[in-house]
Write a protein that binds this ligand. Structure first.
Ligand code: BGP
Length: 482
């Protein structure tokens, strides 16, 4: 007789790890503002205008264009208000806080030989503030914020020179914060380079260029840079834990037709392309065949393969928002999704931005990754972007609570029922911030409301939403009380 798996609660053997890292996540460019303060240079994020769900953000690589609105310039002014914000995170009981270091605060143009002390000091103060509350910083080295100087001078990650410039930056911050930061992530959603190379890597591919050759060569540079950063990190502090970070798009076949299932496999291969290198240390046979079939001949240099093999990561960070459908039909209907539009799934409801709400997809994502790689996972982004109404000072965001409740339940099932090793969970945009996809403020993810609108109006005052009190209980009970 075959024994079936039990549903949650039955024969439960254990819960989440006692040191489970509950917290929230942001990125420097989406919250800090102060875009030219204390010597900071422009980053790619500073030249993305505001857009909307039906109006793409415009990228102005020559610099800031007068008359256009760039939401990162002030964002939510975290740069000046981080103490107030961290006090609120501490009130919720955060064990960790994920943010990024904005590379252009440390090396304003990206290729200076000496770092900018004021930028380094800002992150010293920020990390000290977190540590004073016992909140562990989880730091992304590059989160969609390449210094613009590197785009203008080198063509960004098209150029191999970016590898050494990135490593100079890494060495500076690894050394400076070696006693303050333990958890590092190299590139945010490294696989997003194939979906949105401009946002992810500062690259615009011309219509006369071979898209795959440009993008996969740039990706190779990032992969080598990431591997070398891991090696460097270990030489600076062997206790560092360095992770990769990928956008995980769970795919379902539209039907049980074998061709649809093959399409699922193919769709996921696009993304495992990256994690296979970062976790296993080499391009898989399938990845090599894929490059060949697409006419890409990667320019490798001696030492690249050795670096990839040695610089494998300690854990996998993933973002998960929505699932997708693989279909072989030409006339499918599309809806929204993180970085890539998804095929509509009739079994799922969607957020106001059209992103399918699918907690089971998170359980599947975690199982797929853990079964494949057998190293710990860290869910470093998950959340619901929604418009909130302030009603007499109160924000009743039951929809957000429901989304998070269901996703945390799915995470627990992956851990408790399926045996996935998961280090922690950081809800995306724990405080309202600028949306990466659309540049809007009204697409809110936070437990903390920020009074700021799409046009940059508002007092920037912070308000606790109903979800704030809910998440506090979740953390207090280590996920038992949902
Ligand atoms: C991920 C990014 C984040 C974040 C999130 C939500 O792709 O890593 O920076 O913004 O998605 O997306 P959006 O802001 O478009 O709603």
């Amino acid at each position: 007789m075959l024994l079936g798996f039990k549903e949650e609660g039955e024969n439960k053997v254990s819960g989440l790890r006692h040191d489970f890292l509950w917290g929230g996540a942001v990125a420097a460019n989406q919250c800090e503002g102060a875009y030219l303060e204390d010597g900071k240079g422009l980053s790619t994020a500073d030249v993305f205008t505001a857009g909307a769900v039906d109006r793409p953000r415009e990228f102005t690589p020559t610099g800031v264009v007068e008359g256009k609105y760039y939401p990162s310039h002030d964002a939510i002014d975290f740069y000046h208000r981080y103490k107030e914000d961290i006090a609120l995170f501490a009130e919720m009981g955060f064990k960790c806080f994920r943010t990024s270091i904005n590379w252009a605060r440390i090396f304003p143009q990206g290729d200076e030989t000496e770092p900018n002390e004021a930028g380094l000091q800002f992150y010293d103060d920020l990390f000290d503030e977190l540590l004073s509350y016992g909140i562990e910083p989880v730091i992304t080295l590059s989160h969609y914020e390449t210094p613009l100087g590197l785009v203008q001078k080198y063509g960004s990650w098209r150029s191999r020179e970016l590898i050494d410039l990135f490593l100079r930056y890494c060495e500076t911050v690894f050394t400076r914060y070696r006693n303050k930061v333990k958890y590092w992530l190299t590139f945010n959603e490294i696989n997003a380079i194939i979906l949105h190379p401009t946002m992810a890597a500062g690259i615009e591919v011309g219509t006369d260029e071979h898209f795959a050759s440009v993008v996969y060569q740039a990706a190779h540079h990032q992969l080598v840079a990431s591997a070398k950063a891991v090696i460097l990190a270990r030489s600076i502090n062997p206790d560092f834990q360095v992770g990769m970070m990928m956008l995980y798009p769970t795919f379902y076949g539209e039907t049980c037709k074998p061709e649809d299932q093959l399409a699922v496999m193919r769709a996921l291969d696009d993304h495992y392309f990256f994690s296979d290198v970062q976790v296993r240390g080499r391009y898989s046979n399938k990845a090599q065949k894929f490059l060949e079939a697409n006419g890409v001949s990667l320019q490798m240099e001696p030492g690249d393969e050795e670096a990839l093999a040695e610089g494998t990561v300690d854990f996998i960070g993933l973002s998960y928002y929505n699932s997708n459908v693989a279909s072989t039909r030409p006339d499918v209907t599309f809806t929204g999704g993180n970085m890539l539009n998804a095929v509509k799934n009739p079994y799922l409801t969607e957020s106001a931005w059209g992103w399918a709400i699918d907690p089971i997809g998170l359980r599947i994502a975690m199982n797929n990754l853990y079964d494949r790689y057998q190293i710990p996972l860290f869910v470093v982004e998950n959340g619901l972007g929604a418009e909130d109404q302030v009603d007499g000072g109160r924000i009743r965001d039951e929809y957000r609570i429901e989304y998070l409740r269901q996703h945390i339940r799915a995470l627990k099932q992956a851990v408790i029922e399926d045996g996935v090793d998961c280090l922690g969970y950081t809800a995306w945009g724990c405080i309202d911030l600028v949306s990466a996809g659309t540049g809007e403020m009204k697409k809110r993810y936070g437990f903390i409301y920020v009074d700021r609108d799409n046009e940059g109006r508002g007092s920037l005052a912070r308000l606790r939403k109903d979800s704030f009190y809910w998440y506090k209980r979740v953390i207090e009970s280590n996920g038992e009380e949902l």
